[in-house]
Design a binder for this molecule. Structure first.
Ligand code: ADP
Length: 475
């Protein structure tokens, strides 16, 4: 609403200034008109009286002329006329200073405003038989003028104040409806877009620049949503491709793994079919067949579970149990490579909120990479613990306690030039058919989605440690 307030303030100041200037000009004009009117009235009356007085003076003398003057003006309250001699020092002396009446000598009418007495004096020269210069002094009280001016001023102020108030109210109503509210909604929408929420298109009915801006923002959100969807689909496809690659690696081991139970099943079934066992031994053989079949089913289910795409679902996960399960899953690969797997010791306290399937995928990638980088006789060890440390800036988290799951191998380590690129999609140093370059980039994405990050420590020739940091979450 700050913009609306500025808009209203500007409008109110503008209107107030216009009203002030207009009021001042009106006031000046009315004052001049009234002033001219008063002067005109005094001059017209004065001339008529002067003619009358001169006539009576010549015919009947001074006393009659003075009486005529008194009778003619006695009924007027706002205006008084009396006889003056310009050189008199007695009661016929003019009330205005003598030096300002010079024009009367040349037969002109003189008008003077006496500010202290609030009176307008008009002097009209009259030709009389005496050898002195005399005339009429007409005094008009300025009280009426003052009254008129103060009334006019009051109505000017009321008019200006009303104009300013109406302008302010109008600006407030229009500003709130057409600027304040739409801008608030635009800002709120921009905030939501900033947090990644592209839903709820803005519905601004107005057909102005703000309406156009809302339409553009909606279009932009639609485009972003399409891109987001395409990116999500591509990411999911990459993750699935990475899972299938690992499944491929695990499958060859699984075929190996199934060999032993299949041999046992075949042998026991043959014994039963050829009636080489009897009584209790038949039951034992049958039980062994069932047990081995269950073992094979469990092995195959583990692999299928791993390959199946699933939506993200966070739940409390015991990290040590998960680590042990990953070791079990890749046991055959480790055995084939003659690498010892060291699962994390079981610990009930090491629980976090995470997606079990995604975390399995991340750890499987890291452990398989570790096995592949380790020469025969080496070790890949998993460990988990809570650590107190600040996250790197790009993680943007104030969290201080992190679950650190490390996968340490005694392998070839990473060259400096490779180290900077290992999280790039499709970066691989492995032979065709051995690596796709997806494992670490997909794992990075999955861990970032959990709000964590992956750290790498490596010394060429001595081994590497990949550590996954994850927030404790609401475990
Ligand atoms: P891929 O395993 O298919 O090559 P990844 O993204 O998992 O793809 O790994 C990318 C590259 O990172 C590998 O090709 C390898 O050069 C390097 N790398 C990953 N893990 C390790 C490790 N534990 N030791 C040495 N190098 C590794």
């Amino acid at each position: 609403m700050r913009l609306t307030r500025k808009f209203i303030a500007a409008l109110v100041i503008g209107v107030a200034l216009v009203a002030l200037i207009q009021g001042y000009l009106d006031y000046q004009r009315e004052r001049d008109v009234f002033d001219r009117q008063m002067r005109g009235e005094a001059a017209a009356l004065g001339r008529a009286l002067a003619r009358g007085v001169a006539h009576v003076w010549q015919r009947d003398g001074e006393a009659a002329a003075r009486e005529f003057l008194e009778t003619a003006t006695s009924k007027r309250e706002s205006l008084q006329a009396r006889w003056i001699w310009l050189d008199a020092k007695d009661r016929d002396e003019p009330r205005a200073p003598r030096e300002e009446l010079g024009d009367m000598d040349s037969g002109n009418i003189v008008t003077l405003r006496d500010k202290t007495r609030r009176v307008l004096f008009t002097y009209i020269p009259v030709e009389v038989p005496e050898r002195r210069r005399g005339g009429l002094e007409i005094a008009q009280s300025l009280e009426q003028f003052d009254q008129y001016i103060s009334t006019s001023l009051r109505s000017q102020i009321i008019g200006s104040a009303s104009a300013v108030t109406i302008a302010a109210l109008l600006a407030l109503a229009l500003g709130v409806v057409f600027i304040g509210r739409p801008i608030n909604r635009l800002a709120e929408k921009a905030r939501r877009v900033g947090t990644g929420d592209l839903s709820g298109p803005l519905d601004l009915k107005q057909r102005d620049e703000l309406g156009e801006l809302a339409t553009e923002i909606n279009l932009m959100c639609d485009r972003l949503a399409d891109e987001q969807k395409a990116r999500e689909t591509a990411t999911e496809q990459l993750r699935h491709a990475d899972r299938l690659t690992t499944v491929g690696k695990l499958a060859s081991g699984l075929a190996h793994e199934l060999g032993t139970p299949l041999n046992v099943v075949q042998g026991r079934a043959k014994l039963i079919a050829e009636r080489e066992v009897e009584g209790q031994d038949v039951e034992d053989s049958a039980r062994i067949v069932v047990e081995q079949a269950e073992r094979m089913t469990a092995l195959i289910r583990q692999l299928l579970d791993f390959a199946r795409p699933r939506a993200l679902h966070k739940a409390p996960v015991n990290v040590t149990t998960l680590g042990a399960r990953v070791c079990q899953l890749v046991a055959t690969i480790a055995k084939t490579a003659n690498v010892t797997l060291d699962p994390p010791p079981a610990d009930e306290t090491l629980r976090i909120s995470a997606d079990d399937g995604q975390l399995t995928q991340v750890l499987t990638n890291l452990v398989v990479n570790g096995i592949q980088a380790t020469p025969p006789g080496g070790t890949v060890a998993l460990a988990a613990r809570f650590v107190e440390q600040a996250a790197p800036p790009y993680v943007e988290s104030d969290e201080q306690t992190w679950m650190a799951i490390s996968v340490r191998d005694t392998g070839i380590g990473l060259e400096e030039a490779h180290r900077a690129r290992i999280f790039e999609p499709f970066f691989t140093t492995k032979e065709v058919g051995m690596g796709t370059g997806l494992g670490l980039s997909v794992s990075w994405g999955l861990v970032r989605e959990h709000g964590g990050w992956i750290d790498v420590q490596s010394t060429p020739g001595q081994g590497s440690t990949f550590t996954v940091y994850l927030p404790r979450g609401a475990a």
